[in-house]
Design a protein around this ligand. Structure first.
Ligand code: ZN
Ligand code: ZN
Length: 232
């Protein structure tokens, strides 16, 4: 089993080490058919693409799409931050994305002081955190929910049910090992489909997810439940 597509990678536009083209070159070298460029969205205080640089970020992806069109399918993307307990997130306005990821990250600028406090104490608010994720998914704008369980706890079964209802993929992330095989099995039982991501911050890590693949297999997932793996 290996990835045939890696929909979650970062570049120098947030806090990755390579350019969009570096990630594309790495993905081609690994034999991927598609790679997503999904830098952190604007409200992340430390890593987010700056608002005034966002147009430039998108133009770099567009340039790479054209330059590599005959070699790999590059997806323009974003990794949004969950910023409020009402399901708020930081979608930049005026842009079209091929791949929209949503995740919880410490260091995001939250919607208001109440949300900031609740996320800060999120370890004892599993139902409220889960509801926030579900409200975000119910917008129909989220393609992938990244690293569930990272930073704040969620009810995997409830989250997976919302993913199944709205066609959002439940991510098994190589970089953040918060899920157990049991958690994944529970999410699968609720009907979710899965994506395995490198969450690469270095070009050499693009397309690499050996631990996440092993975990998914341990959980009993089959190829038909994971959108981006191949057995060749
Ligand atoms: Zn993330
Ligand atoms: Zn990421």
């Amino acid at each position: 089993m290996r990835l045939k597509a890696d929909y979650h990678t970062h570049t120098v536009h947030s806090h990755g080490m390579g350019s969009v083209k570096d990630n594309a070159e790495a993905a081609i070298a690994k034999g991927l058919e598609s790679v997503g460029i999904t830098d952190h969205s604007v409200s992340h205080f430390f890593y987010g693409v700056k608002n005034k640089r966002f147009g430039y970020y998108m133009s770099c992806i567009d340039d790479a799409k054209k330059a590599y069109a005959d070699r790999i399918d590059i997806k323009s993307g974003i990794e949004l931050n969950l910023t409020g307990f009402d399901g708020s997130f930081d979608m930049p306005e005026g842009y079209q994305f091929d791949t929209v990821i949503l995740g919880y990250h410490k260091g995001a600028v939250y919607k208001d002081i109440t949300s900031a406090w609740r996320f800060f104490t999120g370890h004892r608010r599993v139902n409220e955190v889960t509801k926030a994720y579900i409200l975000a998914i119910q917008t129909g704008l989220i393609d992938i929910v990244s690293h569930p369980g990272y930073g704040v706890p969620v009810d995997y079964r409830m989250l997976a049910m919302a993913c199944a209802d709205y066609g959002t993929l439940f991510e098994v992330n190589e970089k953040h090992a918060d899920l157990s095989a049991e958690n994944i099995h529970e999410a699968a039982s609720a009907g979710a489909k899965f994506v395995i991501s490198s969450d690469a911050h270095h070009p050499e890590d693009v397309g690499e997810a050996p631990h996440a693949i092993a975990l998914a297999l341990k959980a009993g997932l089959t190829g038909s439940q994971i959108v981006n793996i191949t057995e060749d």
